[in-house]
Design a protein around this ligand. Structure first.
Ligand code: CMP
Length: 144
């Protein structure tokens, strides 16, 4: 079980929360719940309703669309933000490649954080843009 202080120290290292004060991070740390998954477990199923976002503390996941792995994420990366931002079904399946320790934040809590912390909103937008660019590069390579 991770302590709140350990969560704060971890969150300080996550790019999503850079420039966020320790006091705000302490609040976020109390909201974020530690959740574990076993290797091979499906953390998110494409098409399901989504109500939370995950931040990886330990381990790696594959993002799978149909039969294809479209991305691999590791420690300090987050996933599950899309369905909580647009209220559409989960856009892909997320499978644990290793045993996982993560932090889970509910849609309600994350929405409140975004309203209070514009820096986090910007970081989310930057990350979505980065993922879109990566997808465009892959699509371009396939077409060629
Ligand atoms: P969500 O749609 O809620 O659930 C599946 C998650 O997979 C999605 O949020 C993103 O966090 C992640 N995801 C989907 N597409 C990509 C991608 N192209 N690159 C990285 N992560 C992705």
């Amino acid at each position: 079980m991770i302590t709140t202080l350990e969560k704060v120290l971890f969150l300080k290292e996550v790019s999503l929360f850079k420039n966020i004060s320790s006091e705000r991070l302490a609040k976020i740390a109390t909201i974020a719940k530690e959740v574990e998954f076993s290797k091979g477990e499906r953390i998110i199923n494409e098409g399901d309703e989504g109500d939370s976002l995950f931040i990886l503390i330990e381990g790696g996941v594959s993002i799978i669309k149909g039969k294809e792995t479209i991305a691999n994420l590791g420690p300090k990366d987050f996933f599950g933000e899309m369905a909580i931002l647009d209220s559409e079904p989960r856009s892909a399946t997320v499978v644990a490649d290793t045993d996982i320790i993560s932090l889970k934040i509910s849609r309600e809590d994350f929405t409140e954080i975004l309203i209070d912390e514009h820096e986090i909103m910007l970081a989310i937008i930057k990350s979505l843009v980065h993922r879109l660019r990566q997808t465009n590069i892959k699509t371009e390579k396939k077409v060629q």
